[in-house]
Design a binder for this molecule. Structure first.
Ligand SMILES: NC(=O)c1ccc[n+]([C@@H]2O[C@H](COP(=O)([O-])OP(=O)(O)OC[C@H]3O[C@@H](n4cnc5c(N)ncnc54)[C@H](O)[C@@H]3O)[C@@H](O)[C@H]2O)c1
Length: 269
């Protein structure tokens, strides 16, 4: 269904790796809602080549960028304005990676080089995107930047590992930069805290299969899908949410406000 909520808007979408990616669904929805945008991912992720399928379907140019490289980001943002023909209205930061998670290092046996990498890729990259865009004055007034996060920023999920610290930092950058960019340019910045979702990044977390079921049984509405997350993103890129900024917005079927569900209790009775 299209209401043309993003008609005439220009965007940059980070993080579409394959059809399961949340960013992939956002790109499809943004296209359906009338937006034009560029797609970007780390050069290494391009090797799989899947992003080209999405680019073709969305009539979008792909511009590789490692989100930890300010030089790459300068090129990406400048080129995006050139290709799209003007300043940017929305940015999706849908990026996460932890070498400690990938290589099975537990939180209390962290490899600190990897820990730094986790922070740089999964959190500081948002600061780099925002600072680069601000210096280039690339985002229009009332533009909207969204990053994806997880409730492990507030509560302990033991196997989410150092990604929990990265998400806390990501949400803090959202508030801090949201203040500065808001005051100077009326740009709004928010995070969406999404339910566990079957994707490459999600499934990499130890015990994910059991956990996603637990989360589904706790949440009164069940887990939110990637498609529904994309729909929520569209509302936040649209002009209908102009005064929402510096927020962490839960998109989780009610998980975050539920202590326990009857369904889960029954297992212990
Ligand atoms: N899947 C879940 O359960 C879940 C839940 C809540 C939040 N999230 C968040 O959603 C976002 C998107 O993840 P996803 O679940 O769609 O998985 P995904 O694996 O499809 O997406 C992660 C993306 O990050 C990209 N990336 C990694 N390093 C990069 C770098 N240096 N530069 C640029 N891009 C880089 C990857 O190439 C990939 O496209 C992440 O921030 C993730 O933490 C996911």
């Amino acid at each position: 269904m299209s209401n043309n909520l993003l008609k005439g808007k220009r965007g940059i979408i980070f993080g579409a790796l394959n059809e399961q990616s949340i960013a992939w669904k956002v790109a499809e929805q943004a296209k359906a809602q009338g937006a034009t945008f560029t797609l970007t991912n780390a050069p290494i992720a391009m090797r799989m080549g899947e992003i080209n399928k999405l680019a073709e379907a969305c009539d979008a140019e792909v511009i590789p960028a490692d989100a930890t490289s300010v030089e790459d980001l300068e090129h990406l943002i400048t080129k995006s304005m050139e290709v799209l023909g003007g300043k940017i209205d929305f940015v999706l930061h849908s990026i996460g990676m932890s070498p400690n998670v990938r290589k099975g290092k537990s939180y209390d046996d962290t490899n600190y080089d990897w820990y730094h990498k986790t922070m740089d890729v999964s959190a500081i990259s948002l600061h780099k995107v925002l600072q680069t865009a601000k210096k280039l004055d690339a985002i229009k007034e009332w533009g909207s930047v969204l990053a994806l996060t997880y409730i492990a920023a507030q509560r302990v999920f033991p196997d989410y590992n150092d990604m929990a610290d990265a998400k806390s930092l990501l949400e803090s950058i959202t508030r801090s930069f949201g203040y500065h960019y808001g005051v100077e340019k009326k740009v709004r910045i928010n995070t969406i805290s999404q339910s566990p979702t079957v994707t490459t990044a999600g499934s990499g977390v130890k015990g994910f299969d059991a956990f996603i079921k637990y989360s589904d049984e706790i949440s009164p509405l069940g887990n939110a899908s990637a498609e529904d997350c994309a729909n929520y993103c569209i509302t936040l890129f649209s002009d209908l949410t102009k005064y929402v900024t510096m927020q962490n917005l839960f998109h989780d079927g009610g998980f975050s406000n539920t202590g326990v569900s009857r369904k889960v209790m029954e297992r212990f009775m």
